[in-house]
Design a protein around this ligand. Structure first.
Ligand code: CO
Length: 137
């Protein structure tokens, strides 16, 4: 079951500059940076009451975010819904004809299990489902 809008991710060409903007200019609490190997990204999370903003930047200059930045230069990349049972939601949505970008969930930031619904199944918007690791929120 979907339980919350977990975060909104923004692809950024200069991670340090963007972190400074959200931390210093906007005054949000920086929760830290994290490498997400499976996505080939370095991420930075900021807490906003009830949700988060995720900055995503290529880890080693490659991967899907690098391609996105080359094409678009930056921008809103995906919406993420939190779920309390990702396997059940994937099965339920697959049965309705939704297409996913991978066969099953992979490991995302904070140890969450994540999967992406293909944009062509959601009017051009990339939507992530995320089940937080036990003991996190
Ligand atoms: Co995300």
């Amino acid at each position: 079951m979907i339980t919350a809008l977990d975060h909104i991710a923004i692809a950024v060409p200069d991670l340090e500059k963007a972190v400074t903007r959200f931390l210093t200019d906007f005054g949000l609490q920086h929760e830290g940076n994290e490498v997400v190997e499976a996505a080939q990204t370095m991420t930075a999370f900021f807490s906003v009451p009830k949700t988060h903003i995720e900055l995503v930047h290529p880890l080693d200059g490659g991967g899907p975010i690098a391609t996105y930045l080359e094409k678009k230069g930056g921008g809103i990349h995906h919406l993420c819904f939190r779920t309390d049972d990702i396997d059940a939601d994937v099965a339920r949505l697959r049965a309705k004809g939704y297409q996913f970008t991978s066969d099953g969930p992979t490991r995302g930031a904070h140890g969450a299990r994540v999967i992406f619904i293909h944009p062509k199944s959601c009017d051009g918007v990339l939507i992530e489902l995320s089940q937080p690791a036990e003991g996190t929120k």
